[in-house]
Design a protein around this ligand. Structure first.
Ligand code: F6R
Length: 369
């Protein structure tokens, strides 16, 4: 049932192009507009929404962090994202004009369930993004957009994360479409880009051997740091979470701009630091900033592992190891940038002799608060 792979995790990583394509399937019509019939919240109500709040845990929370960038950009609605376990304890401001999005692979995570119950008690509408048909979270929500990743067996989430991202982009673009923002042309262009993104994920998977080799050389390290900016920041957090879960290593993700406010003190000779570099096109300020961050940490001895778009030559002199990903629109980059980090963590876990599919102390669905 592992389809020839040693671990479910490897199988699930390999299934990502299909999972992404399946999650898009039937949701884009012939004219290039979104059709999300499952989102049964009437268009009129969606036009009245004045705030979006996303609740989730772990990897799903990282998907939510990325969704915030997309939702705010394409809809101009304020969007908050909060750990489900913190949410209801701070008396959050919620009303009928708040759209709450609960993201959960299993649909059974108790923290997320309690957060959505709290939101519904305050009169908010709840849209679930979920991978498990008929599970509790979608049953208790006003509407559900299912991710079509197929069953995810490995405890560490991979293909579910990518499909959560796709679902979040769809919701963001759909809200933009329904509410009619000035980004109409961009929204149509991104819908086109999404249609070809599964191919880009597939291309990344074809180039992972050097990443595996690199991971094996780092098996005896104690710490790995991850840096990113903008949507690369949640990708960095996700890379660090995968490494903690699977390799039991100390791993931390930082917003690259925060380096000088403290974390740079951690940099020492030969410390591996993975940097997720945004596209050099368009948002070039962001790119310039991260290039100088890479220079700063390298000057202090870090061993830089740079994930950068094909054709980005500026990073080459500062990369001890360079991992190439296909060029994508900035907001979609997490769909390709996360894949090498999954492979990296999986290979490190294997090299350290850990149980890949069933890491110690973890359960696939966390049904206690
Ligand atoms: C990470 C991981 C966990 C889950 C989290 C939420 O690899 O698997 O962090 O993402 O427990 O689970 P769901 O999405 O089922 O609510």
């Amino acid at each position: 049932e592992k389809g020839g792979y040693d671990y479910f995790m490897l199988k699930e990583i390999a299934e990502q192009p299909k999972a992404v394509a399946d999650t898009l399937l039937g949701r884009i019509d012939g004219s290039g507009s979104l059709r999300l019939d499952e989102v049964r919240i009437p268009a009129g109500a969606l036009r009245e929404i004045d705030k979006v709040v996303i609740v989730a845990c772990g990897t799903a929370f990282h998907a939510g962090m990325i969704a915030k960038y997309a939702i705010e950009h394409w809809t101009r609605l304020p969007c908050e994202v909060e750990l489900a376990s913190e949410f209801r304890y701070r008396d959050p401001i919620l009303d009928a004009q708040t759209l709450v999005i609960a993201i959960s692979q299993s649909g059974e995570t108790m923290d997320t369930l309690m957060a959505l119950r709290h939101a519904r008690e305050q009169g908010s509408r709840v849209l679930a993004i979920c991978n498990t048909n008929g599970s509790t979270i979608p049953r208790e929500s006003d509407a559900v957009l299912y991710t079509h990743a197929g069953p995810e067996v490995a405890v560490a989430s991979t293909k579910a994360f990518l499909t959560q991202l796709v679902a979040c982009y769809l919701v963001a673009l759909y809200l933009g479409q329904v509410r009619g923002t000035k980004w109409g042309d961009e929204i149509r262009a991104v819908i086109r880009d999404l249609s070809s993104i599964a191919g880009a994920v597939d291309r990344v998977l074809g180039t992972m051997e050097p990443v595996r080799e690199l991971a094996r050389t780092l098996a005896s390290k104690k710490t790995v740091l991850f840096l990113g900016r903008h949507v690369g920041y949640p990708v960095a957090l996700e890379g660090a979470l995968k490494l903690k879960e699977l390799a039991y290593m100390h791993a931390e993700g930082f917003a690259a701009g925060e380096l000088k406010h403290g974390p740079i003190a951690l940099i020492e000779e030969d410390l591996p630091v993975v940097v997720v570099v945004p596209s050099p096109r368009g948002r070039s300020v962001l790119h310039d900033k991260i290039v100088s961050n890479i220079q700063e940490i390298r000057a202090r001895g870090a061993r830089t592992i740079v994930i950068a778009e094909e054709g980005d030559e500026e990073v080459v002199p500062y990369a001890d190891h360079l991992i190439r990903i296909p060029a994508t629109p900035t907001l979609l980059q997490p769909l390709v940038a996360t894949v090498p980090l999954q492979v990296f963590a999986c290979e490190l876990a294997t090299a350290r002799g850990n149980e890949v599919d069933q890491p110690r102390n973890l359960a696939k669905s966390v049904t206690v608060e």
